[in-house]
Design a protein around this ligand. Sequence first.
Ligand SMILES: NC(=O)c1ccc[n+]([C@@H]2O[C@H](COP(=O)([O-])OP(=O)(O)OC[C@H]3O[C@@H](n4cnc5c(N)ncnc54)[C@H](O)[C@@H]3O)[C@@H](O)[C@H]2O)c1
Length: 256
Amino acid sequence: MERYADRRVLVTGAASGIGRAVVLRLLAEGGRAVAVDVAKEGLEETARLAAEIGSRERLVTAVIDISDETAVNEGVAAAVAGLGGLDVLVNAAGMLRGARTHECELELWNRVIGINLTGTFLMTRAALPALLESGRGVVVNFSSTAAQFGHPYMAAYSASKGGILSFTHSIAQEYSRQGLRAVNILPGGISSGITDNIASLVPEDVDWNLFLKLNAAIGQGFGEPEHIAGVVAMVASDDGAFITGTEIRVDGGAHH
Ligand SMILES: NC(=O)c1ccc[n+]([C@@H]2O[C@H](COP(=O)([O-])OP(=O)(O)OC[C@H]3O[C@@H](n4cnc5c(N)ncnc54)[C@H](O)[C@@H]3O)[C@@H](O)[C@H]2O)c1
């Protein structure tokens, strides 16, 4: 499938997990991509994997902290200039740090919101003029099942993902007449940098029974980043032309 043969895409969180899988999938479908992350070595590995599928010449990597306004504005401008415009923005960068909520330091709260929610806003704001110029621009944002199903010890993370959910609905409506689409993806448990390290990201001695209703084993178990990448590839292509202002939950049936 060459659904991205004439598409210019920008993907954050591209050094690991879901973001990396999205980059590789959109390259495999013919796209040209700028892959963004704070993790330089992870980006180098993404570039190596792109070379393995013969797509290295259509990929540029850029180290950008999405919570840094200046870095985002300069980085997105450079990406748009290099690509000659922009058709698709995938905001997959995110982080999880848990805490018992009554012990959650303001610094931790601000960091989680600052990267996940404000970072998604900063990237989207910087990319919007080029996406509107495209006339068929698509923003794919990463919310989470944490936005809709109580995730204990993750109040900041869940709030950031709930914010992304609402933010995406707002822009979908605001720019609908200009041809922009905006869609939330809500992954359930997907093997990645976050889930593989979950025990170290929540406080010690948490009550794991509180996670029972979120147990991925109720559905098909943990998914792989490629399960999400395939959905993103559909949504942001012309196959998703009538999908906007909504969310797609991809959780292997863990939350039905
Ligand atoms: N894995 C899951 O089960 C799951 C479930 C729901 C939602 N999500 C969301 O999916 C997205 C992708 O996460 P993942 O699961 O692949 O995790 P991951 O840890 O493998 O990848 C996240 C990437 O984001 C990057 N990142 C973090 N802070 C950044 C910053 N300030 N600037 C730029 N890049 C930054 C990290 O370096 C990392 O490469 C995240 O938004 C996450 O919240 C994941």
